[in-house]
Design a protein around this ligand. Structure first.
Ligand SMILES: Cc1ncc(COP(=O)(O)O)c(C=O)c1O
Length: 387
């Protein structure tokens, strides 16, 4: 495997400890040094190969009745494509929310004028499967259910498999936002009863930004005929286009697709999702141990914390300013991320992408040094973890 130093060499390359876009390998960046016409047969073949490989990552295939659809735009475009194309005209979507990304889906339904019922939890509480069962049993108007797998707001994981079983029992369509989890956490579409999964080219698959990916159960996709509310985000039309001649309906993100092809080869060379998960777990363990040693506290309790991204409370010290902390780390070559919580002052550190244990160790040293530069004292003063 390419070393961390090789990946990050070059003018201006910083290590991204963010929820995405993420640090990518040098080979992925180099894969984009080619121009392709959208009708080039080699490009069309690449798209076909990628679509097959993406299904394999989620444990299914076309033969099993699943389809991979690539949609231009970031992850949100893929989600909006699914939400706007799969809820029937007179349907109702149940949206499970415990963070900013769940809230974004609710916002989509408002703009699209889709009837939505919202089940809200605190940002440190996973969805309650029993409550979801009760709502589905009492509300026969619900046709679709949507949940975020890893709420990147905090790093919280929702029980997507259990929810899937409950949704399938009621005969509703099940949509999972697996933006920051696919590639990092093993997930099987069939056993989790997922009808539509949305992820992005630039998170744990370790490609670059440019398109989103929808993995769909074909029968569910066919059953949504006529539900689309927009032209460019029409999921079924996009799929039909890709199936008919392998082409996108509108300008494809050619270079980004070449990057994903390389990224998928690297995922396989790494040993698949199990090996990638192990690397991310090691990164996360080093991060947690180091941040605890420095005196930081996490927003989530350890049993709810995924190994993808972590929210840390600001130190309770008047010398601490997130902007200064961020800028000083940035100048040292480390990019962290602001928080997205409604009721707590936190910042986030991701440990996904082409990040290796030695990178996390270097980040921790930079954090320790930066705190000293800022005159921030942590150990005795930091706020306790959320109840
Ligand atoms: C869980 C989740 N959903 C949706 C999104 C939105 O994706 P994008 O910023 O690519 O539109 C993100 C981005 O981090 C995410 O983590």
């Amino acid at each position: 495997m390419v070393s961390s130093a090789e990946n990050h060499s070059g003018e201006g390359n910083k290590l991204l400890f963010t929820p995405g876009p993420l640090t990518t390998s040098r080979a992925i960046k180099e894969a984009m040094l080619r121009d392709f016409g959208s009708r080039d047969t080699a490009f069309i073949e690449t798209v076909r190969r990628i679509r097959r490989q993406l299904l394999k990552i989620a444990g299914v295939s076309q033969e099993d009745g699943y389809e991979a659809i690539l949609m231009q735009g970031s992850g949100t475009f893929g989600l909006e494509s699914v939400v706007s194309s799969t809820v029937p005209g007179a349907g109702r979507i149940l949206v499970v929310v415990n963070g900013a990304y769940g809230e974004r889906i609710v916002k989509m339904t408002r703009i699209l004028n889709i009837d939505a019922r919202v089940l809200r939890y605190e940002e440190n509480m996973p969805a309650d499967i029993e409550e979801i069962r009760r709502v589905l049993a009492e509300d026969a108007a619900v046709t679709n259910v949507c949940v975020v797998h890893c709420e990147t707001t905090t790093g919280l994981l929702n029980p997507v498999e259990e929810i899937g079983a409950a949704v399938r029992e009621r005969g509703c369509f099940y949509i999972v936002d697996a933006m920051s989890s696919l590639g990092a956490i093993p997930l099987n579409l069939e056993t989790a009863c997922i009808d539509f999964l949305v992820t992005s080219s630039n998170k744990c698959l370790e490609g670059v930004p440019g398109f989103s990916i929808v993995l769909a159960r074909r029968d569910a996709l066919l059953a949504t005929e006529g539900a689309a509310r927009t032209l460019s985000l029409d999921l079924q039309a996009q799929w039909r286009g890709l199936e008919a001649n392998g082409q996108f309906r509108f300008t494809p993100p050619t270079h980004t697709i070449l990057a994903l092809e390389q990224a998928l080869q690297e995922l396989e060379a790494e040993g698949g999702i199990a090996a990638r998960a192990a690397r991310y777990q090691t990164n996360h363990a080093i991060l947690m141990e180091g941040m605890q040693r420095l005196g930081f506290h996490t927003y989530l309790s350890p049993d709810r914390q995924s190994y993808i991204i972590t929210s840390f409370y600001y130190p309770d010290d008047p010398n601490f300013s997130f902007e200064t902390f961020y800028d000083r780390l940035n100048r040292k070559g480390f990019v962290i991320y602001p928080g997205k919580l409604t009721r707590a002052d936190c910042f986030r550190i991701g440990n996904i992408g082409q990040i290796f244990p030695e990178d996390v160790t270097r980040l921790l040293a930079a954090i320790e040094y930066t705190l000293k530069e800022m005159g921030v004292q942590l150990k005795a003063t930091v706020t306790e973890s959320a109840a």
